[in-house]
Design a protein around this ligand. Sequence first.
Ligand code: HEC
Length: 108
Amino acid sequence: MAICISSMLQVPSPALSWSLFPEIPADNPARGDKLVERLGCRACHGSGVEHGHAGPELVAALSRLTPGELEIQLCTPRQRHPASRMPSFAFVRAEDFTALVEYLMNLK
Ligand code: HEC
């Protein structure tokens, strides 16, 4: 189950009180794609074709990660990379978080 467990959080972060894109079913890849866009992943990670400006190319990075590692990277990036400049996405609602992780793991 892809959710940020509060005990893993370095900084308590209130969850959004609304879901993003609730009109799209969670298992539809279009929702994951919209979440990646809205959450700004591509600003640092590039479009999926080019390298990002501030982070590794997403598909290449994902191919090295298990779903559990991806969840930790999204909840508490500094748990995996102590000097990480990647923000935590622990504020995302569980339903969106699950849709995001499933979408990303299917990109590999
Ligand atoms: C402000 C820039 C920034 C944003 C926004 C950002 N990232 Fe990152 N991300 C990084 C950097 C820098 C790294 C390199 C490793 C680290 O420092 O944590 C990284 C690493 C990663 C990795 C690879 C981790 C590894 O160990 O190989 C994944 C997967 C990832 N990010 C996914 C995402 C997703 C999905 C989003 C959007 C929800 C996102 N990132 C948003 C900067 C960012």
